[in-house]
Design a protein around this ligand. Structure first.
Ligand code: ADP
Ligand code: ADP
Length: 229
């Protein structure tokens, strides 16, 4: 389960400027769909609507057939995991950052999530340049390592739905490839919505949607879109 459907969605922040105009697409349960488009196209707005930070002005959004207006924000946050472009960490250990908000998570579960995200070598270290009471100096994490912490959080949370909003856009090409591979493992079997401004950052999407100025201008597979652009 976890099928997401946008049906003729219209949205505007300000009365005089439509941001999404009749946007319709589906992310079938367990599949990966990517939304690509230039900055300002409305991609992140799609993700904000999914979390119900805003409600749509026209059309509707459903998850497994249920209108999300009938779902609380808390249960949406529970069902949807999000990896943003820049993961903000607490000035505490990596284990704390992975387990934050998961009061029921055991130490073993946190360590296992860290292992799967390949950040376990750092597990007891502090993410920032931070002096502990014993005067130890923590590590400063790179962008890629921070994304691995976000991935470990997602593994621990194990949500049916995953939103990756420019999750690798801030990384250098080599690190981007590594993090994409890790995200590929996490997204397997989950309903995944990938948001990116470059087609080249998309790997393995079942369908790619091109959004421009709030309208879907193209839908297709990787091969088809690469051939036509
Ligand atoms: P993308 O993610 O494709 O870069 P966004 O969804 O962030 O695009 O934004 C789409 C449009 O909505 C942009 O023109 C942006 O300036 C505008 N916008 C975003 N957030 C707000 C807001 N809170 N109030 C008014 N306009 C906004
Ligand atoms: P978690 O549930 O992973 O402990 P939070 O309680 O911080 O994380 O947030 C709940 C969910 O909402 C998470 O998947 C998080 O990434 C997502 N979320 C938080 N802030 C935003 C935002 N500004 N835009 C989109 N999603 C967000």
């Amino acid at each position: 389960d976890g099928t997401i459907r946008f049906e003729s969605v219209a949205f505007r922040y300000d009365a005089d400027r439509p941001i999404l105009k009749c946007v319709s697409f589906e992310v079938p349960a367990g599949r990966t769909v990517a939304i690509v488009g230039p900055s300002g196209a409305g991609k992140s707005t799609v993700s904000r609507i999914l979390f119900r930070f805003y409600d749509v002005a026209g059309g509707r959004v459903t998850i497994d057939g249920q209108d999300i207006r009938d779902v609380t924000q808390a249960s949406l946050r529970h069902a949807i995991g999000m990896v943003p472009q820049d993961t903000v960490l607490f000035n505490d250990t990596i284990a704390y950052n992975i387990g934050y908000g998961r009061v029921s998570a055991s130490r073993e579960e946190i360590v296992e999530a860290a292992r799967l995200a390949q950040i376990d070598g750092f597990i007891a270290n502090l993410p920032l340049g931070y002096d502990t009471e014993v005067g130890e100096r923590g590590l400063k994490l790179s962008g890629g390592e921070k994304q691995r912490v976000a991935i470990a959080r997602t593994i621990l949370k194990s949500p049916p739905i995953l939103v990756l909003d420019e999750a690798t856009s801030a990384l250098d090409t080599h690190t981007e490839k590594e993090i994409q591979a890790a995200l590929g493992v996490v997204s397997r079997g989950r309903t995944t919505l990938v948001i990116a401004h470059r087609l080249s950052t998309i790997i393995d999407a079942d369908e790619i949607i091109v959004l421009e100025k709030g309208e879907i201008v193209e839908k297709g597979t990787h091969h088809v879109l690469l051939a036509s652009n």
